[in-house]
Design a protein around this ligand. Structure first.
Ligand SMILES: Nc1ncnc2c1ncn2[C@@H]1O[C@H](COP(=O)(O)OP(=O)(O)O)[C@@H](O)[C@H]1O
Ligand SMILES: [Mg+2]
Length: 498
């Protein structure tokens, strides 16, 4: 007797359909799995046997051959357990095969038959829809991940026994319900922009970064408020569009993150990895391939605090990713593409002691020490930051006297309007289109600045792009000298003779 169940396997953040075929053969009793099962899948045999015996199913004294198709795709993870169990039952005539043909089965089994949550349910469900399957069964623990999928009827199950009853039409299974998300969960850990006193220049730069989606580097002494500024950024970004929400939630789901706000597409991610993080943790990789922080922050914010302390191999890969918006991991058997287009916000001290250029504290570092500290971050990487902003310390008096600044909500409205304006103008990447709509004087001013600061061609283009964003925030269609002049101000590392 041959039986087939529908499953899917996660690779990176994408799911690939897998058919589980079982054949009961003659020969010595046994249980073989073929079709490139990796370790987690091979262990499935033990879990499935125990789980099925927990519902009173006795394995037939026959030779079971399990084939995972397509044969050239390496099968990873524990999510195939449920499909394997169901196909064995079907081969032994314990489950009707009709329903099995049109249902995606997802879940890891415990020894007592409970369904454990797995990574990547959203991607798995999207693949089920593409494959034209009508139903999907997922573990109860993954129920929030089903909210953004339309076109597949999804059911949540606590136990393999409940799945079998449903497959045989004996008992219904609940559909997933949306998590309750209240306003306070959405506003959660983010500081409001109004909590930051003084710092007008840095707040302005933050607004420009948000409007244009520019990468930004904050340079300032300890306690200047760099971390606070970076954490306030998500509060002035527009909420994700429906398409972005699906991308964000798919990534979070594949990483096993369970934040309801992200999974239902209400919030952008904010990731702040520690500087001891490995290159794989930042960029992605491993076996099986998993997304790194660059991907987890996709369409949101990646905050790298104390940039020079990061491992060099980890941040140098940033360089290409910051421009290309994706990570490609090449393996012998496959190439895995991971979307990776976050806004990168980095913070660093100006020197090892942290007080170089501080008006009130004396810097103890030698020229040589400063140069060595800065050289930990390569010039080409620093060049990738469109905005390089000095964050001076705010004195206690300023802090006390400064009026509360604008709240995030007001700034976010301006950012949204500027983004609409930017979106209206077509592709602005090439030099030709970037110099269109720029007044002659504005261009001359920029060129003089570029000469004087000895900026690279890339830095020149970046300054032009920033000037466009500033003009959009200003609500004008033409880039004026004031805009290019301001854009040049955000190249502090180029301005400062080191
Ligand atoms: N301009 C400011 N307004 C209000 N609080 C500030 C300001 N600057 C710094 N702080 C406070 O000082 C502390 C240190 O700021 P932080 O952002 O961690 O500095 P940095 O990252 O530059 O070392 C924070 O807890 C923050 O509350
Ligand atoms: Mg800090």
């Amino acid at each position: 007797m041959l039986a087939t169940a529908q499953a899917a396997c996660l690779i990176g953040i994408e799911a690939h359909p897998v058919q589980v075929e079982v054949r009961l053969g003659e020969g010595l009793p046994g249980f073989d799995i073929v079709g490139l099962p990796e370790r987690g899948v091979r262990e499935s045999r033990i879990r499935v046997r125990a789980a099925l015996s927990s519902i009173g199913f006795a394995f037939p004294p026959r030779h079971l051959v399990l084939n995972l198709a397509p044969g050239d795709l390496p099968k990873t993870g524990s999510g195939l357990d449920l499909a394997i169990a169901a196909s064995i039952l079907a081969a032994c005539e314990g489950v009707s095969p009709e329903q099995l043909a049109s249902t995606l089965l997802v879940g890891e089994l415990s020894l007592s038959g409970e369904l454990r949550p797995v990574r990547g349910v959203l991607a798995l469900l999207r693949s089920a829809k593409q494959a034209g399957l009508a139903h999907a069964i997922i573990p109860e623990g993954n129920r929030h991940e089903a909210m953004l999928v339309k076109g597949v009827s999804v059911h949540c199950a606590p136990h393999v026994g409940a799945v079998i009853r449903w497959l045989n039409g004996d008992a219904p299974l609940p559909e997933p319900a949306a998590p309750t998300v209240n306003a306070s969960m959405l506003e959660r850990a983010e500081p409001d922009l109004s909590a930051i006193r003084g710092q007008e220049a840095a707040r302005r730069a933050l607004e420009i970064a948000a409007a244009g989606g520019h990468h930004m580097l904050l340079i300032g002494s300890p306690g200047a408020g760099k971390t606070m500024l970076a954490r306030a950024l998500p509060s002035i970004l527009p909420p994700p569009t429906a398409e972005e929400a699906l991308e964000i939630a798919t990534i979070a789901s594949s990483a096993g993150l369970r934040s309801p706000c992200v999974l239902i597409g209400r919030a952008r991610p904010f990731r702040a990895p520690h500087h001891t993080a490995s290159a794989v943790a930042i960029v992605g990789g491993g076996e099986p391939v998993r997304a790194g922080e660059l991907t987890l922050a996709h369409r949101g914010v990646l905050f790298l605090d104390e940039l020079p302390e990061f491992r060099r191999d980890a941040i140098e890969t940033l360089r290409t990713t910051m421009e290309e918006g994706e990570v490609v991991i090449s393996r012998a058997k496959q190439r895995v593409r991971l979307p990776a287009a976050p806004m990168v916000i980095a913070a660093m001290n100006p020197c090892p002691c942290g007080y170089h250029g501080d008006p009130t504290r004396f810097c103890r570092c030698s020229e040589h020490q400063i140069a060595r500290y800065r050289s930990r971050v390569s010039g080409p990487l620093l060049d990738r930051f469109d905005l390089q902003v000095a964050v001076p310390r705010v004195s206690a008096r300023t802090m006390r006297n400064a009026a509360r600044g604008e709240p995030s909500k007001t700034v976010r409205r301006r950012v949204e309007r500027a983004r609409e304006r930017i979106a209206l103008r077509s592709e602005r990447s090439g030099l030709e289109s970037l110099t269109r709509d720029v007044s002659k004087e504005a261009l001359t001013l920029l060129e003089v600045g570029v000469e004087r600061l000895k900026m690279s061609a890339r830095a020149y283009l970046k300054a032009l792009r920033v000037a466009h964003t500033i003009a959009a925030l200003d609500g004008v269609g033409e880039v004026l000298p004031a805009h290019t002049a301001e854009a040049l101000q955000y190249r502090v590392l180029d301005r400062e003779p080191t």
